[in-house]
Design a protein around this ligand. Structure first.
Ligand code: CP
Ligand code: NVA
Length: 304
């Protein structure tokens, strides 16, 4: 079993992952060791930069009694053009799971096709499932449940937005995305979610998206790989910012989330990011706990 997108899991499986993450987090806080992955190794193949994803996956493996090996494109044969289908089969003979961060989603699909061990998506241009699962864990911690929540997304219809759409599709909460014209989420992903009766709206209107929201969410205007478009995007996204005025339209106890890294003064103001409604540091921490649950699930539970 692989984790390439949130849609790979059923609602029951996501609920189970959230429960497992709560348990491993509580144990970790009490200092109780939990080492179900002794003797197991995670390989990380990253073609884009990362702080949170890399460190949280490596730390998760160490806490669970296993090991992690980081492979950058630069100093492996991947960067010299060894085919993915060969790399995937060779890696599968050494490691017990592979976490991948890359560009096109078809690249990770190719890895998954040829790998005989679980492949985990650590971000592609199309999806960022581990981050959104950590975000849902954070909502459950702060709000008690994801059920009945109004979640709003302000800004780019990017990989994060697509994974949020799949989370809303599986879990049934209300999702409303405010994105400028031309920067809406992936049409097929949206269409499939809507076809399944999901409560998802896309609008250009920020007020409509944030009115009475329980959760406000945003991300950078130019993602990794879009550096050349940054100036054009800066103009297109002008106004698509979470600031105090926008926060004021949401519920009083709304939480503000950002997967980080953040560009203060662009998609979010310093005041809101550092303010009392922001949960971004807990959100970042939860990457560690949800990924421990994902690793245990893929390496132990689902192979039983
Ligand atoms: N949020 C996130 O995935 O961060 P990194 O790019 O630092 O891994
Ligand atoms: N959308 C951003 C997320 C970074 C964690 C990117 O892809 O660069």
């Amino acid at each position: 079993m692989h984790l390439l997108t949130i849609a790979d899991f059923s609602r029951e499986e996501i609920d189970r992952l959230l429960k497992m993450a709560e348990t491993v987090k509580a144990r970790h806080k009490k200092g109780i060791p939990h080492r179900p992955l002794m003797g197991k190794t995670l390989g990380l193949i990253f073609e884009k930069s990362s702080t949170r994803t890399r460190v949280s996956f490596e730390t998760a493996m160490y806490h669970l009694g296993g090991d992690a090996i980081f492979i950058s494109q630069r100093d492996s044969q991947i960067g010299r053009g060894e085919p993915i289908k060969d790399t995937a089969r060779v890696m599968s003979r050494y490691v017990d799971a592979i976490a991948i961060r890359t560009y096109g989603h078809e690249i990770i699909e190719e890895y998954a096709k040829y790998s005989t061990v679980p492949v985990i998506n650590g971000l592609t241009d199309l999806h960022h499932p581990c981050q959104v699962l950590a975000d849902v864990l954070t909502i459950v911690e702060k709000k008690g449940t994801y059920e009945g929540m109004k979640v709003s997304w302000i800004g780019d219809g990017n990989n994060m937005a697509n994974s949020w759409i799949e989370a809303a599709m599986r879990l049934g909460f209300e999702l409303i995305l405010a994105c400028p014209k031309g920067y809406w989420p992936h049409a097929e992903i949206l269409k499939r979610a809507k076809a399944q009766g999901s409560n998802i709206t896309v609008t250009e209107n920020i007020e409509e998206a944030v009115k009475n929201a329980d959760v406000l969410n945003t991300d950078v205007w130019a993602s990794m790989g879009q550096e050349e478009e940054a100036e054009k995007r800066m103009r297109a996204f002008d106004g698509y910012q979470i600031n105090s005025k926008v926060l004021g339209l949401a519920k009083k106890d709304a939480i503000v989330m950002h997967c980080l890294p953040a560009h203060r003064g662009e998609e979010i103001t310093e005041e809101v990011l550092e303010g009392p409604n922001s949960v971004v540091w807990d959100e970042a921490e939860n990457r560690l706990h949800i990924q421990k649950a994902i690793l245990e699930w893929l390496l132990v539970e689902s192979s039983r």
